[in-house]
Design a protein around this ligand. Sequence first.
Ligand SMILES: [Mg+2]
Length: 300
Amino acid sequence: MKLKCKKLVKLLNECDKYDKIYENMNLEKSLEVSMVYFNEKRLEKIRLNDNNFYVVMDFDMTITTPDSDNSWSILENPNFMDCNMKKESRLLYEEYYPYELDYTLDFNTKTEFISEWYYKNMDLFYKYGLTHDILINCVKNGNVSFRKGFKEFLFFLYKHNIPVIIVSAGIGNVIYELLNLHNCLFSNVHIISNFINFDNNVMLPFTDEMIHSCNKCIRKLPQDLNNQIRDKDYILLFGDLIEDLQMVPNEDLLRTLSFGFLEKKVDDNLPFYKDSFDVVLTDNSSFYDVQSVFNRLKND
Ligand SMILES: [Mg+2]
């Protein structure tokens, strides 16, 4: 099924009015713009209430707009990354990026290469003296926008006490600071990503297990969060790549309702996305579009 969804023209600043916006949104009164395709049969079977689901989200190009810096590239700020560092970073990209695109490689070999690439990039940050202040500065001066309606959607989830787990192969500190900068670091949000440790402002070598595109999934959740999500019936998953479906374990896919943002090569990729995700949103879709679908699934 295909729907044209309304884009909300006017944003209200007062947080307590967000609920009203959503209540007032109505698919039948939709005006125009983003396309939303969804698996009608699947959606018919799902009924959501405040207690029976939690949310898992990718960060780059899912929460952020397609033209934003990602949580690695935001550090490529000329105030930090000089010519030498840029050159080294470029060489790594040229060496390893082809492996990321190579679907003929066996999974273990690919994982090894990708992991090596991510660690070498972290080592570069360490070698060139990344500090916490520099990171904050890069975040403040970076080119990152959240999709329209994301803040309001996140606030809605917070207000209804629904756990949100952001899973990212990016840099956790950057994600944390961006949410903080946009005043939406709510207490229901948990970030699983690569966090750099700093000692007195100075970066320490990165020695944790790296989360990268081949192993990105929910892991090592704190006990209290585990307790919160253990008995939920459904998971709402948001991603922009097919690989993002791996954020939840295979055994949980049947109870996962997946939303896929598709922005590139839409005509070519649409059939594949429609086969993979339950809901596909194209053409710079917003979280208002997500909320419209969500409203259909609510148990009133
Ligand atoms: Mg992404």
